[in-house]
Design a protein around this ligand. Structure first.
Ligand code: 5MM
Length: 340
């Protein structure tokens, strides 16, 4: 394992309070987002949209790494320049989603396990040669009546750890994403309990598989009540619950925590990350950063709406959200940034 390379990659990605842009939607998810807006669900539409993202002027000021999907890492701009080259020239490290999706977990109705370990060692070597320097794997944990089960948490944690060990062997930083999803009526406290249990199990498996936690990134959910709970916690309540949960369950040796947004409105995701950094940054062992997909992309996608004429306006929106989240890393984000 080239431990120095892993550490250097993490430092590079999160330097200057930058974060990650998740643009690793599988074709199914990308098509669903296009369908809602009436955008054609074709390879060319997906390529054109990804070209819009990677060519956004100034994106590298606040985005240190971009997570790509297998289709995207092989694509080029309309002039033939590979996306990977465009990103590297913009100062953005390319990464790759390597799981093959969450599938029904046998014997556990309503629960899923993420697959993709078969052949992973060879795929990682290929992605490294293509220029990727980090990889991502997402596990999905649902809260509900009797859920999550220990079987689901353990199966997902074990797979995350096996994936992370293979990544480090290949020189890729593993971005370990155990997502406790926001669907449901659960309370903030229930989310905190489940997130705590999931993180403890994940780190126990990571240590068992000899993953070097200094050379990884954790990509977790924020601690939030379920979307159907009707509860609207304050920024301070979210910041307190999330940070106190992580202080108990995430080793201090982990260099960075980069949150997913999970379907929160874009401005809420920025404001909540900001509240955590404004209140606790100087006392935390790890950097608190972002790895948002929807909370960075959604406004830009809606403006673009499949039309070439809207590209520049969409890029401005993307740049703006990325800057807001960089400010949130510094605890300097404010509502004024949205109205200026
Ligand atoms: C981009 O969405 C990723 C999942 O894609 P598929 O379900 O299509 O495979 C997802 O892993 C994403 O990286 C994270 O969940 C963060 O996205 P959000 O939108 O929650 O910030």
């Amino acid at each position: 394992m080239n431990f120095q390379l892993l550490k250097d990659t993490v430092s590079l990605i999160f330097a200057d309070d930058k974060g990650l842009l998740a643009m690793d939607e599988s074709n199914g998810t990308c098509n669903k987002r296009f369908e809602k807006l009436g955008i054609p669900q074709t390879v060319e539409s997906r390529r054109a949209y990804r070209e819009l993202i990677v060519t956004t002027p100034g994106l590298g000021e606040s985005i240190g790494g971009a997570i790509l999907f297998d289709e995207t890492i092989r694509q080029q701009k309309s002039d033939g320049t590979p996306f990977v080259k465009v990103l590297i020239e913009a100062g953005i490290t390319p990464g790759i989603k390597v799981d093959t999706g969450a599938k029904e977990l046998a014997g556990h109705p309503g629960e899923k396990v993420t697959e993709g370990l078969d052949g992973l060692r060879d795929r990682l070597q290929e992605y490294f040669q293509m220029g990727a320097r980090f990889a991502k794997w997402r596990a999905v944990i649902a809260i509900g009546e009797g859920l999550p089960s220990s079987g689901c948490i353990e199966a997902n944690a074990h797979a995350l750890a096996r994936y992370a060990a293979l990544c480090q062997e290949a020189g890729l930083v593993p971005v370990v994403e155990p997502e406790v999803i926001m669907d449901g009526e659960h309370t903030l406290e229930q989310c905190r309990e489940v997130t705590d249990k999931v993180l403890r199990t994940v780190f126990s498996e990571l240590f068992a598989q000899r993953v070097s936690v200094e050379g990884m990134v954790l990509k977790p959910n924020m601690v939030l009540p379920g979307m159907s709970s009707g509860s609207q916690p304050t920024l301070d309540q979210v910041a307190d619950a999330t940070v106190s949960c992580f202080l108990r369950s995430v080793p201090a040796a982990v260099p960075a925590i980069a949150f997913l947004s999970g379907g929160q409105p874009a401005e809420s995701a920025s404001a909540r990350l900001n509240a955590m950094n404004a209140r606790f940054k100087s006392r935390l062992p790890w950097a608190l950063a972002f790895s948002f997909a929807r909370a960075i992309q959604q406004p830009a996608l809606e403006i673009w709406n499949g039309h070439q004429a809207n590209v520049a306006a969409a890029q401005k929106a993307l740049y703006h959200r990325a800057r807001c989240n960089q400010a949130a890393r510094r605890g300097e984000y404010s509502q004024e940034m949205e109205t200026k």
